[in-house]
Design a protein around this ligand. Structure first.
Ligand code: PGA
Ligand code: ZN
Length: 435
């Protein structure tokens, strides 16, 4: 018998970093290989994402996943049992057709992505290699630039401040290991500075410090100081990356910065962000405008897309068609790649391909609700994606991903190529010294 035939599919309820239920799927192959994967969950989700199917009602805040698990243990098991796990595209297509909706709302994107990723892990296990090596083959050697949150706001911190992620990247580092070590210093120093200022109030959902700031811009000021106090040169060794997650504070076309009691239109928000780009060593801005504000996104990209990476998250939701459409309109120049936004691994890869064909950059990303599952680390390396975003430098569900890339870097040894500043090579005049 073909050892790669799927013989078992089991869904089980496990728990994520917010203490909420989520879907784990375990896939058995005829030859004895087993693969396992867990669906993550977003809090600041785009409306175009694959649906994270929850039971609703009162129990567990409505977050239970019994319906999604029933789909895994019922229809999904019947559908993919007997299929060949080396045919990821065929299995994913079967899942897409079985679901039959545009957004996986019938089976649940949480059920389908966990099943799809578990199949990938099973076939890698059957080959006796880690997933990154199975996906990329022996030629794989690129280690991504980690994008690491220092302060967490927006939907991940009870809207304490409006901006969601204040992150650092280390384009001046020479290895992934060094980038993490530098980030560890910045994270430690930032925590000390928060403490000294009487502002240390624990951490937000992704492990970044809870942002006890008077203004959104205070996060930028503190970040630059923390980089300097960590002994790094801002704009040379270390730079700033922001996820504005503007969909979260956009209402009826107006952007409400609640912290500052200000309301801006699309142009006003664009001007504010450009003024930050002018004054701080910012190399990347994600979702600067709301998912509905295509005009604003295009205008902002026109204005500063040559100076900073403009990342579409809610705006393109890991969807190949949306990425192509955005690229045609000149909105964004980089795609955030979140597998559970797509719902299958094949659709996730199709989104990455669309981004590459458009000449865009790409960032593989985890979600704010995470677990010990490290699939995204394997996808980033295996697919040769130059950037990886998984939250902060604390909490085991985040560190599990960073540590997994460290192991891969060690395995690659002399062959390892850390991307460094190359994701930003085409950007000009951002006040940074490597471009
Ligand atoms: P989410 O946030 O996982 O809560 O959607 C992450 C992001 O916006 O990038
Ligand atoms: Zn985002």
């Amino acid at each position: 018998m073909n050892p790669h035939v799927v013989t078992g599919v089991k869904g089980r309820r496990v728990w994520d970093s917010r203490g909420r239920p989520t879907v784990e799927v375990e896939v058995d192959l005829a030859g004895g290989a087993v693969g396992r994967a867990i669906a993550p969950a977003g809090a600041s989700t785009g409306s175009g994402e694959a649906i994270d199917l929850r039971d609703g009602g009162d129990r567990l805040g409505g977050f239970d996943v019994q319906t999604a698990l029933g789909n895994v243990n019922g229809e999904i098991r019947l559908c993919i049992a007997g299929m060949d796990a080396t045919d990821q595209a065929g299995i994913d297509q079967a899942l897409i057709e079985l679901d039959g909706t545009q957004n996986k709302s019938r089976l649940g994107g949480n059920a389908t992505i966990a099943a799809s990723m578990a199949v990938a892990h099973a076939r890698a296990a059957a080959a006796g290699v880690p997933l990154w090596l199975y996906l990329g083959g022996e030629g794989v050697c690129t280690l991504p630039l980690p994008e690491i949150q220092i302060f967490g706001g927006g939907a991940h911190a009870g809207a304490r401040i409006d901006i969601q992620d204040f992150m650092v990247v280390m384009p001046g580092a020479t290895s992934f290991d060094e980038a993490l070590a530098w980030t560890a210093e910045v994270y430690r120093v930032a925590g000390k500075m928060m403490d000294e200022a009487g502002k240390l109030q624990g951490v937000a959902d992704e492990g970044g410090y809870w942002p006890a700031f008077a203004t959104n811009e205070e996060g930028l000021e503190l970040l630059v100081q923390a980089i300097e106090r960590a002994g790094l040169v801002p704009g040379e060794q270390a730079a700033i990356s922001l996820d504005i997650a503007a969909t979260e504070f956009c209402h009826d076309g107006r952007y409400k910065l609640a912290l500052e009691e200000r309301e801006l239109d699309s142009d006003g928000l664009g001007e504010l962000l450009v003024s930050w780009v002018d004054r701080y060593p910012i190399v990347s801005i994600e979702d600067p405008m709301s998912e509905d504000d295509a005009v604003g996104m295009r205008r902002f990209t026109e204005a500063v897309g040559h100076r900073v990476q403009i990342v579409g998250d809610d705006f393109v939701v890991t969807n190949a068609d949306r990425i192509r459409a955005a690229a045609n309109e000149g909105a964004c120049n980089t795609a955030l790649i979140k597998p559970n936004q797509a719902g299958t691994l094949s659709e996730t890869h199709a989104a990455l391909t669309a981004a590459r064909e458009a000449g865009w950059g790409a960032i593989v990303s985890a979600r704010s609700g995470e677990t010990e599952d490290v699939t995204v680390a394997h996808l980033a390396v295996g697919w040769g994606v130059a950037q990886l975003k998984v939250g902060s430098f604390a909490r085991a569900e985040r560190m599990a991903k960073w540590n997994e890339v460290l192991r891969i870097e060690e395995h690659l040894a002399d062959r390892a190529r850390f991307v460094g500043a190359s994701p930003f090579a085409s950007l000009v005049g951002a006040g940074t010294k490597w471009i």
